[in-house]
Design a protein around this ligand. Structure first.
Ligand code: HMG
Ligand code: MG
Length: 314
C-alpha cells in the first residue's frame, strides 16, 4: 500500500487538532454554557488530545455562539503539554484572545473571494492585510499563529475553486509567519483525486509538515480524502468530536470528520495519535447528551452497539 512508503519519511505519528469546541459548537442553534464548553475541552484533553481549538474571538454579532470564549478559557483546567488555541480574525480578536490566555491563535483566509466577503466581510487581499497586523503582534509576544484556507475544494457561492488560488493563499499565510496552514474543505465536496491535486499544488509552495487537512464530512468523503492526503505525507488532521459542527457562513455544510473515526482509522493503520479512543468515545457521548444531539461518529455508534474491533492490522 503506497501509504506505508511514506511512513519512514513522514513519521508514524499524526497530530490531531480538535475542532469540536470551536468549529463544532459555533454552529449549535441551542445555547451551550461556557461551563459545558470548558467541560468538553477538559475531557478532550484528558483523552490525549494535545491541540484543542477552544474558542473564537470574532464578532459576537456574527457568531453569537462564540461570544463567551473568554469565559471558556477562564473555566478550563489546563493540562501541561496541551495547546489551547482560538480564532482571531483581526487585532480586536487577537487582543481578546491574548487576554483570555490563548496559547496560539489562528487566522482564517479563503481561496474564494465570495466566501471571504460572506465570512469575514472583506476581500482576500484585505484579510491578508489584517492578518499581517495579527501576525506581527503575535510574533512580538511569542504566540504561534496557525492559518486556514477555506473553500479549498469548492465554494458554496463561487463553485469551483482553482488549485492555484488555494496555493496562493497558502503562500501568503506562510509568508506572514503562520507555522502551519490548514487546508479547509469547508463544505465537504472534495473527492480523493481532487484533494491530491489541490494538496500537490500546495506542496509546491509548502513542506508537508507545514500543511494540515481540515475536511468537513458533508458528502461522506472525509476519511477517503484524509487517506489521500496522508499518502502525500501530510500528518496533521483537524477533526471534531462526534462530528459536531458546520460553518455558519456555508449553508448546509456539516461538521468536520469525527475525531473518533479518524483515530480509529489511523490506529488501524499502525499510526500513532497519543489518543485514548475509549475515553474519546465517552467524551463524544457526554457532549451529545449535553446538547441533546445525535452522535455523528460511526465509530462511536458502532462501539455503543458493541461491534467488535476488527479493523486493526497487526
Ligand atoms: P466587520 O463588521 O467587518 O468588522 O466584521 P468591523 O471591524 O467593521 O467591526 C464591526 C463591529 O464588530 C465593531 O463593533 C467591532 O468592535 C466589532 P461596534 O462598534 O459596531 O459595536 N468587532 C469585534 N468584536 C469582537 N471581536 C472581534 C471583533 N472584530 C470586530 N474580533 C469580522 C469583521 C471578521 C469581525 C466579522 O466578519 C466576523 O466576526 N466574522 C466571523 C466569521 C466566523 O467566525 N466564521 C466562522 C469561523 S471560520 C470557519 O468556520 C472556517 C474554518 O473552520 C475552516 C474551514 O472549514 O474552511 C476555520
Ligand atoms: Mg471548518
Amino acid at each position: 500500500m503506497s501509504l506505508l512508503q511514506h511512513k519512514d519519511a513522514s513519521g508514524n505519528t499524526v497530530s490531531i487538532v480538535e475542532m469540536g469546541a470551536r468549529d463544532g459548537l459555533q454552529n449549535e442553534a441551542a445555547h451551550v454554557s461556557a461551563i459545558i464548553k470548558a467541560g468538553l475541552v477538559d475531557r478532550l484533553a484528558a483523552s490525549g488530545l494535545q491541540r484543542i481549538e477552544a474558542g473564537s474571538f470574532v464578532s459576537p454579532r456574527w457568531v453569537p455562539q462564540m461570544a463567551d470564549s473568554a469565559d471558556v478559557f477562564a473555566a478550563i483546567t489546563r493540562l501541561p503539554g496541551v495547546r489551547y488555541s482560538a480564532l482571531a480574525p483581526n487585532m480586536h480578536g487577537f487582543e481578546r484572545a491574548v487576554a483570555a490566555g490563548a496559547d496560539e491563535v489562528a487566522v482564517f483566509a479563503a481561496a474564494s473571494e465570495a466566501f471571504s466577503q460572506k465570512n469575514i466581510n472583506c476581500s482576500i487581499r484585505e484579510s491578508i492585510q489584517r492578518f499581517t497586523d495579527v501576525c506581527e503582534a503575535a510574533r512580538a509576544r511569542g504566540i504561534p499563529v496557525r492559518g486556514y484556507v477555506s473553500c479549498a475544494m469548492g465554494c458554496p457561492y463561487q463553485g469551483k475553486v482553482p488549485a492555484d488560488d488555494v496555493a496562493m493563499a497558502v503562500t501568503e499565510l506562510l509568508a506572514l509567519g503562520c507555522y502551519e496552514v490548514s487546508i479547509g474543505d469547508t463544505i465537504g465536496v472534495g473527492t480523493p483525486v481532487l484533494v491530491q491535486q489541490v494538496l500537490n499544488r500546495c506542496l509546491q509552495q509548502a513542506q508537508a509538515s507545514q500543511l494540515a487537512m481540515h475536511f468537513h464530512d458533508t458528502y461522506g468523503q472525509a476519511l477517503a480524502n484524509l487517506l489521500a492526503g496522508l499518502e502525500l505525507g501530510i500528518r496533521t488532521i483537524d477533526a471534531s468530536i462526534a462530528g459536531l459542527g458546520g460553518c455558519p457562513y456555508a449553508k448546509g455544510a456539516s461538521g468536520n470528520v469525527s475525531t473518533e473515526d479518524v483515530v480509529y482509522m489511523l490506529h488501524g493503520m499502525g499510526l500513532d495519535t497519543g489518543i485514548d479512543l475509549d475515553r474519546l468515545i465517552d467524551t463524544s457521548y457526554w457532549i451529545c447528551t449535553q446538547l441533546g444531539r445525535r452522535n455523528m461518529s460511526r465509530v462511536a455508534l458502532a462501539r455503543a452497539g458493541s461491534v467488535p474491533d476488527e479493523g486493526t492490522c497487526a
